[in-house]
Write a protein that binds this ligand. Structure first.
Ligand SMILES: *[C@@H]1O[C@H](CO)[C@@H](O)[C@H](O)[C@H]1NC(C)=O
Ligand SMILES: *[C@@H]1O[C@H](CO)[C@@H](O)[C@H](O)[C@H]1NC(C)=O
Ligand SMILES: *[C@@H]1O[C@H](CO)[C@@H](O)[C@H](O)[C@H]1NC(C)=O
Ligand SMILES: *[C@@H]1O[C@H](CO)[C@@H](O)[C@H](O)[C@H]1NC(C)=O
Ligand SMILES: *[C@@H]1O[C@H](CO)[C@@H](O)[C@H](O)[C@H]1NC(C)=O
Ligand SMILES: *[C@@H]1O[C@H](CO)[C@@H](O)[C@H](O)[C@H]1NC(C)=O
Ligand SMILES: *[C@@H]1O[C@H](CO)[C@@H](O)[C@H](O)[C@H]1NC(C)=O
Length: 459
């Protein structure tokens, strides 16, 4: 599974199965076996008060410190009953289930002194919004195993309005916190919850393996600045399924580190499967790749997704200085509604952490397939702007029908530069760079991915 060749063979096999009416699966394929924990305590036992006013940070920290002692006894559950549980940031521990009952709301404190300041991530070298350190997230995991954050549709509400105001007025002293951040951790499940009003990202697994994110609702007001839903970052074996997300910026953003820091850290994001999600993004993309991608991003499968009311449907962002790559990405069975630009691949999108980036570190973009797409009320079909010194190659478009909003009929539907690839049954007709069998791409790259349509010699 780690090897692209094996992955392509698997895709070919799954595609063959699809023809016979079976769904293709990837990292979401395994059965989540969640045994109940043998021990459970309620946050009430640690003196927490669910009045929305009392600060419960110490109660959460003490409860989790206590539950640490059950790590080698099958783990334990921290039960959060109905109520409004105000807290500052706290850490989780291994073999822990955090369970939020129906009506339980964890509220993030609006007082910045309740949020610790921590070092930047090594693959970013600085805070993402401001140089230097950053706020610790509300709920954190560091080097953990077997953590479940779940409930009966309980809520984690970041009360982010103060953070959005500080961001907009440029009065932040450190980069904003996220709701949940898991660092260097394995076997993580986040499920059956609602996330509201995150200060910045909602869920950020970074340097993680085996992350399963399932059946969540994530909302913020559409004008909240640079709020992002789920951000798999330098992580592998990630499944995101059955989620509804509406963000100010990107709904799902796949990343892997920033310029020289990401290159030096060198951990890619790979083996990601996203399916059955409903995504909207008022000022960003429903699904974004990058712009931070310096560790590389590969083997991503996206299928059965509904993207709507967004500025961009699917976007690949990179720039000179990033290094890294996007490769072996297959996106299929996509419904797009009310989207300004359906697809973007941008070779000059993204800023740099500092002046020390290497402008000769050119990203590679290769083998991106988009197939089985239906769109309504789209203004621009595709905007593919590669890099002169590093063309985007093997961009494959197949069975795509986009209904262009008549008000946009004067602007070109497709814009292309420094890209090459193939297309098959695409309407409106794509730019010549993506149209012909005489383009510079090697046809075998699309071939295995387009196999279900029985194209053999045509490319
Ligand atoms: C939380 O974990 C971090 C390591 O990520 C540690 O530095 C910090 O002291 C922990 N905080 C508490 C309250 O345990
Ligand atoms: C999704 O979560 C809700 C509670 O948030 C639950 O009622 C529902 O059964 C869950 N669905 C699945 C498929 O797990
Ligand atoms: C979960 O709760 C939110 C409000 O907190 C509600 O909008 C949503 O419909 C609920 N989802 C389920 C599956 O009950
Ligand atoms: C940033 O620091 C200044 C000076 O210490 C302080 O007045 C201000 O409240 C801080 N801003 C935030 C959002 O904490
Ligand atoms: C989500 O909730 C449903 C319904 O209660 C339950 O069957 C399922 O196991 C839960 N999923 C997880 C991953 O906890
Ligand atoms: C078409 O999509 C645009 C966003 O691109 C939106 O503003 C507009 O309301 C949509 N029109 C209809 C009829 O839904
Ligand atoms: C394709 O190859 C030809 C010659 O091999 C070259 O002149 C042209 O710039 C290439 N076009 C692209 C889009 O790579």
């Amino acid at each position: 599974m780690k090897m692209p060749v094996a992955f392509l063979l698997l895709l070919a096999l799954l595609n063959a199965m699809e023809v016979h009416g079976e769904a293709s699966e990837g990292q979401c394929d395994y059965k989540l076996a969640l045994d109940p924990r043998p021990h459970s305590v309620s946050i009430l036992e640690f003196g927490a008060v669910g009045d929305g006013k009392t600060l419960n940070t110490i109660a959460f920290q003490n409860a989790i410190f206590y539950l640490k002692s059950f790590a080698d006894k099958g783990g334990a559950q921290l039960y959060v009953p109905p109520g409004k549980w105000l807290t500052g940031s706290f850490n989780l521990t291994s073999h822990l289930t955090l369970f939020l009952e129906k009506g339980a709301v964890i509220l993030g404190s609006q007082n910045p002194s309740h949020w610790d300041i921590v070092d930047p991530l090594p693959s970013y070298g600085r805070g993402i919004e401001l140089p230097g350190r950053r706020y610790r997230s509300l709920i954190n995991g560091y080097m953990l195993q077997d953590v479940v954050i779940t409930g009966d549709n309980g809520t984690i509400d970041g009360q982010g309005s103060v953070w959005w105001d500080w961001f907009n007025s440029k009065s932040l002293n450190y980069s904003r916190p996220h709701l949940v951040e898991l660092v260097s951790s394995e076997h993580i499940v986040v499920s059956n919850l609602t996330f509201l009003n995150s200060p910045a990202y909602n869920i950020h697994p970074v340097y993680c393996s085996n992350v399963h994110i399932q059946n969540l609702s994530l909302y913020v007001p559409p004008n909240s600045p640079y709020t992002v839903g789920i951000v798999p970052d330098s992580s592998d074996n990630v499944c995101i399924e059955d989620c509804s997300i509406a963000m100010g910026h990107d709904a799902i953003a796949i990343k892997s580190g920033w310029d020289e820091y990401g290159i030096a850290y060198g951990r890619q994001t790979t083996d990601v499967h996203i399916r059955r999600v409903h995504l909207q993004s008022s000022s960003g993309s429903s699904i974004a790749f990058g712009s931070e991608m310096s560790g590389g991003i590969s083997n991503v499968q996206v299928d059965k997704v509904h993207l709507y009311n967004s500025l961009v449907g699917i976007e690949f962002r990179t720039t000179k200085g990033r290094g890294g790559y996007f490769k072996d990405i297959i996106i299929s069975d996509v419904e797009l509604d009310n989207i300004v630009t359906a697809f973007v691949a941008c070779g000059d999108c993204g800023s740099h952490p500092d002046e020390d980036f290497d402008p000769n570190a050119l990203p590679v973009v290769d083998q991106i397939t988009l197939k089985n797409v239906i769109g309504t009320n789209i203004s621009i079909a595709g905007n593919f702007r590669g890099i002169q010194e590093s063309h985007f190659t093997n961009i494959c478009l197949s069975h795509i029908t986009l209904a262009i909003n008549p008000a946009s009929s004067s602007t070109p539907s497709w814009v292309c530069s420094y890209v090459s690839g193939f297309s098959d049954s695409v309407s409106p007709e794509p730019c010549p760079d993506l149209e012909s069998s005489y383009s510079n791409s090697s046809s075998s790259a699309c071939f295995s991915l387009l196999k279900p349509y029985g194209r053999t010699a045509a490319f």
